[in-house]
Design a protein around this ligand. Structure first.
Ligand SMILES: Nc1nc2c(c(=O)[nH]1)N[C@H]1C(S)=C(S)[C@@H](COP(=O)(O)OP(=O)(O)OC[C@H]3O[C@@H](n4cnc5c(N)ncnc54)[C@H](O)[C@@H]3O)O[C@H]1N2
Ligand code: MOO
Ligand SMILES: [Mg+2]
Length: 422
């Protein structure tokens, strides 16, 4: 007699899993190796930006008060006493009607408070000395980039848990982070179960299929910023699977298996959890695909029993494992971002349970549209190719038509979201 499974709602299932969200420790890596890692600590400005008053243009640094009477009818001459490029410091003191030829990024001479752009000044020579002439006045501060005008020392600029993108990396370099505090990657163990599975290099045989889930999931794990420790595929044999899972549990932070979670004669994952003494958080969810997604915890360690059906496996990972990995990385927005989009085609299937349709987003005349990325069946693999999002069709609905507004979860987004579930 089969054990009866009680289906729970998706938000409840996510809540159950999140109770066991582990948090990774911090390690330091060279800035050259920090791309796409998650910050283990906030980035705080260690100095002002700009760090000194500087010229934002190539031109002439002047004392603004010397320019007040300059106009088209009354050109004013300045003696050019020195020339400095970025990285150099003016040595001479600037007196009345004197100027320093200055290049973008150079420190302003301390007596000067305005910069005349090269294009607005005329170079002349008098008595063998360089002069420049202007025909308009300048106010103190005109064309000066003041110290701290962008940010002040001590300001927190990026929160811990943010994924390092090119902009974050630029800030890290600005503040001298040669070594960057990042969150250590979790060890995410991965097993694919199924006697029918062939390795990627094996030729096809009757009754067998190639193992795509292991590759798909390891790629999904990479997309979130972690790496899979792939243990290989397992035949549907209870003892083999039990031993493998038990051994892996000692080595991993999170364990993912695919296949064998339903009610079939060779679906051993539920029995494995039972024999281990793991607490099953749920084994049936009111969703399609992936209704049989099972999650258990063993001494606080999460075991994800994802469905064997590729699309169900894919969705189960994104809904339940992704926020756990992102929480591990200290993300304050571990869930997928949810946006509104307009359905670009009819979707006539009824939805007794909440349906997550693999979909692709498109922009048309500034509006966001979404449509299924292929055949909507849980055993389908081809619809995953163009899948960059999941349309959420609420349970208890009778199908949707082109033009309807729907909620969509973003898969490629790296910022994430706080709790997106109603
Ligand atoms: N009597 C019932 N049968 C099924 C139910 C049910 O409620 N009652 N649920 C169905 C649903 S829904 C799903 S989803 C699947 C879940 O199956 P399992 O998680 O037990 O997975 P398997 O039986 O191992 O495999 C299912 C399917 O997926 C293929 N597969 C498995 N592993 C891989 C892999 N690594 N790469 C590619 N494809 C894989 C496998 O060959 C099967 O075709 O159960 C339904 N049945
Ligand atoms: O778990 Mo199954 O994918 O709902 O179809
Ligand atoms: Mg099965």
């Amino acid at each position: 007699m089969l054990d009866k499974r009680d289906a729970i709602a998706v938000p409840e299932a996510v809540k159950q899993v999140m109770k066991y969200a582990p948090k990774g420790e911090i390690e330091y890596v060279s800035i050259d190796k920090c791309d796409q890692r998650y910050l283990g600590d906030a980035v705080k400005a260690s100095h002002d930006i700009p760090p000194f008053d500087r010229a934002p243009y190539d031109g002439f640094a002047i004392r603004a008060e010397d320019s007040v009477h300059a106009s088209l009818d009354n050109p004013v001459e300045f003696e050019v006493i020195e020339e400095i490029g970025a990285g150099y410091i003016a040595k001479k003191e600037v007196g009345p009607y004197q100027a320093v030829r200055i290049m973008t990024g150079a420190l302003m001479p301390k007596e000067c408070n305005a910069v005349v752009m090269l294009e607005l000044a005329k170079d002349i020579e008098k008595d063998g000395k360089p002069y420049m002439v202007i025909k308009r006045s300048y106010k103190p501060g005109d064309n000066v980039s003041y110290q701290g005008s962008e940010t002040k020392a001590g300001e927190v600029l990026v929160q811990e848990g943010r994924r390092i993108n090119p902009g974050v990396k630029a800030l890290l370099a600005t503040f001298g982070y040669g070594r960057v505090p990042v969150v250590k990657k979790p060890v995410v163990g991965l097993y694919a179960t199924g006697t029918e599975l062939l390795d990627v290099n094996e030729p096809m045989e009757p009754g067998k299929i190639r193992n795509s889930n292991a590759y798909m999931i390891s790629s999904q794990i990479n997309r979130v910023g972690a790496e899979a420790t792939y243990y290989g595929k397992l035949e549907d044999d209870f003892d083999t699977c039990f031993k493998a899972v038990k051994k892996a549990l000692d080595e991993v932070d999170i364990l993912i298996t695919t296949g064998g979670v339903s009610v079939g004669d060779y679906d051993y994952v539920p029995e494995i959890y039972k024999k281990l003494g793991a607490e099953v958080l749920f084994n049936k969810i009111m969703m399609r695909p992936g209704s049989v997604t099972t999650v258990a915890q063993y001494n606080g360690k999460l075991l994800f029993g994802l469905s064997g059906n590729p699309s169900a496996c894919f969705v189960g990972f994104e809904l339940y494992a992704r926020p756990i990995i992102r929480s591990w990385f200290h993300s304050q927005k571990p869930h997928m971002q949810k946006v509104k989009a307009t359905l670009n085609s009819d979707f006539t299937k009824a939805n007794p349970f909440t349906r997550f349709v693999r979909s692709k987003l498109l922009f048309n005349e500034g509006k966001l549209f979404v449509e299924p990325s292929g055949l909507d069946k849980s055993n389908v693999v081809t619809s995953l190719v163009d899948c960059d999002s999941l349309i959420i069709l609420p349970g208890g609905t009778r199908g949707f038509t082109k033009g309807d507004e729907v909620d969509v979860l973003l898969l490629e987004d790296q910022i994430g979201s706080e709790w997106p579930w109603n």
